[in-house]
Design a protein around this ligand. Structure first.
Ligand SMILES: Nc1ncnc2c1ncn2[C@@H]1O[C@H](COP(=O)(O)OP(=O)(O)OP(=O)(O)O)[C@@H](O)[C@H]1O
Ligand SMILES: [Zn+2]
Length: 464
């Protein structure tokens, strides 16, 4: 089998070959833990999880690193404004340290609810201050830095190909007339170390050879990826918003320090949008995974929704699309659960599925193969064994969906969906009427933290 992946660096689909046989180093920019993650952020992590699963399907052992940004990510990409952590602290009255702890735990809980595979490490920026200081010192020794009254900056004009990842034009990078430059020499220069204000103390600050302060955002990823994967590894991922600034700057630093562009492949997930705008924490009304759960959706239905769009196309979120994903997942679970174990995966379908996922993670096409299999006249046991193979990539936990009852008919699924919507809208009277209707058809419904659980009269409950 061979895998082809779209590389943002070359703007092309390239056959994937690991730098070391059978091993893949994968670094994914993690969350800034000043608030809950929104489902846009989580879309990017689902894409990265699918990438990892596809690599594992091809026999690679993946060392997956996801950092936790708990200091230094400023409100503005131009290195102005506040640190998001300190801002979060003032908003809630909690310390920046306890905010970081709380939102890291919340993020990891979303991670597990979406059945994302556990990374090898979750390195935190605040646990890697010595590595970042050493990195900045090396850049200083090589002549890439300069000092202003508020920090130590990287001089991007020292590199001929600065911004190649984003195809930035050098002319566009010269000191803009309208961009607030402060004392920066070039508009694209960025902070490596920021000094604490002289008149007040920050909650997160450290001594350094240049003065007390805190690291800039980009340096953490260059320093932590080098520590955990080495300065030249296989794949670096993030959302498409990182191409222009964060990843361009990671590359500039690492090229200056180690002479590499960090990763052989650069891959970027496209946005999830709401009302045609990028979902963003700064937009205020973002949706969390918990919001979806409170509205009666299963987190894995959100995962299913992500799989229906290619990672390099925008996914427009709507409640209707989410409802359709939930209904489809329920249909898949119930159909799967009605098939007996003991079969052998069908080679032809396995080969077709693998070919789709190996072609730059074409999950929408891979799902089409799954539904074709489901409707095929292959034996039910064969279909089940084949879907088990698919689910190693899809990550929908289908085999946890134990059935001890026959397939749930479509009208029951439809009633269940209406009842979920009624409950989300707090229409308890309608919810009760729908429960009665289900009972008339011979199905008991119970409400649990994971949603409605369905039971055929006289059998054990199953989730829905
Ligand atoms: N709407 C979105 N759709 C898909 N991925 C996104 C979206 N917004 C951010 N991401 C990605 O989510 C990951 C985590 O981002 P991070 O926590 O740094 O976001 P943030 O900058 O704090 O939040 P925001 O951009 O929402 O204000 C990154 O890979 C980022 O590119
Ligand atoms: Zn990063």
């Amino acid at each position: 089998m061979s895998v082809a992946l779209y590389d943002t660096w070359s703007r092309s689909l390239r056959p994937f070959t690991p730098l070391q046989p059978e091993h893949v180093g994968l670094y994914c920019c993690g969350p800034t833990v000043y608030d809950y993650a929104h489902i846009g952020n989580l879309r990017t992590y689902v894409f990265e999880d699918v990438l990892r699963r596809v690599l594992e399907l091809n026999g690679y052992r993946v060392r997956h690193i996801v950092n936790i940004t708990d200091v230094g990510h400023l409100v503005s990409d131009a290195d102005e404004g506040e640190d998001k952590m300190e801002k979060g602290s003032r908003r809630s009255g909690e310390t920046a340290w306890s905010i970081a702890q709380r939102y890291t735990a919340a993020f990891q809980s979303d991670w597990r609810a979406l059945n994302l595979l556990e990374p090898a490490e979750w390195p935190r920026a605040t646990d890697h201050i010595p590595e970042q200081l050493e990195f900045i010192a090396a850049l200083e020794r090589k002549g890439y830095t300069y000092r202003t009254s508020d920090g130590i900056y990287f001089d991007t004009m020292k590199q001929d190909d600065y911004g190649h990842l984003a195809r930035l034009e050098r002319t566009g990078l010269q000191a803009g007339k309208r961009v607030a430059m402060g004392e920066k020499r070039n508009v694209s220069d960025f902070a490596l170390w920021k000094f604490s204000p002289t008149d007040s103390r920050r909650q997160m600050e450290w001594d350094s050879p240049w003065g007390r302060g805190f690291p800039g955002w980009h340096i953490e990823c260059s320093a932590m990826s080098a520590k955990h994967l080495g300065p030249w590894f296989d794949i670096h991922c993030g959302g498409e918003d990182h191409i222009g600034v964060h990843h361009s700057n990671e590359i500039a630093q690492t090229q200056a320090c180690h002479g590499t562009r960090l990763a052989n492949f650069w891959m970027h997930g496209h946005f999830l949008t709401l009302d045609d705008k990028k979902m963003a924490k700064t937009e205020g009304d973002f949706l969390r995974l918990q919001t979806l759960i409170d509205r009666g959706f299963d987190p894995l239905a959100y995962r299913y929704l992500c799989l229906t769009a290619h990672y390099r196309s925008t996914l427009r979120f709507t409640e209707e699309a989410m409802g359709a994903a939930q209904a489809t997942l329920e249909r898949l679970r119930n159909t799967y659960a009605s098939w007996p174990e003991g079969g052998t995966a069908h080679e032809g379908f396995v080969a077709r599925f693998n070919a789709e996922v190996n072609k730059d993670l074409n999950l929408p096409r891979a799902l089409a193969v799954l539904w074709e299999l489901s409707r095929s006249d292959l034996s039910a046991a064969t279909r089940r064994a084949t879907v088990d193979h698919f689910d190693a990539v899809l990550g929908l936990r289908l085999c946890d969906w134990q059935a001890d009852s026959p397939e749930v008919p479509a009208d029951v699924v439809a009633l269940l969906d209406q009842r979920r919507k009624a409950r989300a809208g707090k229409d308890w009277a309608l919810s009760d009427r729908l429960r009665d209707a289900l009972e008339t058809l011979g199905w008991q419904v119970e409400d649990s933290a994971e949603g409605q659980r369905l039971r055929r009269d006289g059998s054990a409950a199953k989730g829905s």
